[in-house]
Write a protein that binds this ligand. Structure first.
Ligand SMILES: C[S@@+](CC[C@H](N)C(=O)[O-])C[C@H]1O[C@@H](n2cnc3c(N)ncnc32)[C@H](O)[C@@H]1O
Length: 348
């Protein structure tokens, strides 16, 4: 299972990089703004953890209270600690990373962070190993509510075993919520083998359409984009090596809903109304980049969206009416109308 890429990536994150200031590109720098309610939590975290943060987004979804969260490639633990704060004392966060220098920092700070969060005991644990083989690290089938990952999946030389493991460990209705780097094309061998470009999270970036195909094959037929922004490469030599390829940092979410999510949005006449109450999204709940549900305002939704709201941890926050007994054809993807009506048309 261990490959040359694993060794090179481990060297990059264990030895070459000492802090985010050593990065050569903006690929492993956060492109999304930090949600407002995460800021007070971040202010409690040790400087060392924050200085060695190499994430490219903000992959910590809402409604984590009491959840079991698995952070793949947790590094020094920044996201795992934020997730632990949001999951509360009844939650549990497992961080997995293959680089000893990274995991050591996270382990060293877990007691102090638990104290700072006011938890009676640490709810985080950090395990050294490969995200391709979570079974070897004792992560059981259907034991996890939410898998998060920040700028890591691109680093896996073979993505399929990682996504298979994620599907295996997620409970039905569980969620993968990850920020990662994607390319607008399949990258040539020279880029994929360059240790610096790989280490900087560019060389191993998946072509967006191949990611969609892989996910669909493994059961995730409808992966939603939450946020996306372009990555700029300022270093002239690296820019030249990358040629015309363009990269984005994207936060995506996908739910394990076997048999409930189709490869296109279908219209069953279902309506969803957000009841409110999700921390940080009290007035409007953002499912993805084209679904924002205002509290109290009914919206027409496709069958896939209905399942994502009804068969997951979001169910207590939504009233979903209708079922799949009558099919009205493909879901109309027209943009939501402006202004108030009894029902808002959503898009899929
Ligand atoms: C770009 S850093 C991101 C770290 C962390 N998520 C953060 O936001 O700071 C990538 C991390 O993924 C880890 N990693 C890469 N490939 C891995 C693999 N196959 N198995 C386990 N960890 C891996 C590296 O050791 C490194 O700590």
């Amino acid at each position: 299972m261990e490959t040359l890429t694993h060794t090179q990536v481990r060297d990059y994150y264990g030895t070459t990089l000492q802090s985010a200031g050593d990065l050569k590109t903006s690929a492993c720098c956060p492109s999304e703004s930090v949600p407002e309610h995460h800021r007070p939590i971040l202010s409690l975290l040790p400087d060392e953890v924050l200085a060695k943060f190499y994430g490219c987004g903000s992959p910590i979804p809402a409604a984590l209270d009491g959840a079991t969260v698995l952070d793949l490639g947790c590094g020094t633990g920044r996201d795992a600690f934020v997730a632990a704060a949001l999951a509360g004392p009844a939650g549990r966060v497992i961080g997995v990373d293959m680089t000893p220098e990274q995991v050591e920092v996270a382990k060293r700070h877990r007691e102090a962070v638990a104290d700072a969060l006011g938890h009676p005991a640490p709810t985080t644990e950090f395990r050294l190993g490969l995200i391709e083989d979570l079974g070897a690290l004792g992560v059981e089938d259907e034991s996890v509510d939410v898998v998060i990952s920040n700028c890591v999946l691109n680093l896996a030389p073979d993505k399929e075993p990682v996504f298979r493991e994620i599907w295996r460990v997620l409970k039905p209705g569980g969620e993968l919520y990850a920020s990662d780097v994607f390319a607008d094309r399949r990258l040539p061998e020279a880029i994929r083998r360059d240790p610096v470009l790989v280490g900087e999270c560019l060389g191993g970036a998946l072509y967006t359409e191949d990611f969609r195909r892989l996910m669909a094959r493994l059961g995730w037929a409808d992966v939603r984009t939450v946020a996306e922004s372009p990555i700029t490469v300022e270093d002239p030599a690296l820019r030249d090596a990358l040629g015309a390829a363009r990269f984005v940092s994207r936060t995506a979410r996908a739910f394990k809903l076997p048999g409930l999510v189709e490869d296109a949005c279908e219209d069953y006449g279902q309506m969803a109304t957000y009841r409110g109450g999700v921390e940080g999204q009290r007035h409007a709940f953002v499912l993805d980049d084209h679904h924002t549900f205002e509290a109290g305002r009914p919206a027409l939704v496709c069958g896939n969206t209905a399942a994502m709201l009804q068969e997951t941890r979001f169910a207590p926050f939504f009233d979903v009416t209708g079922d799949r007994s009558t099919h009205f054809g493909l879901f109309d993807c027209a943009p939501a109308p402006v202004g108030g009506g009894a029902a808002t048309e959503s898009c899929c």
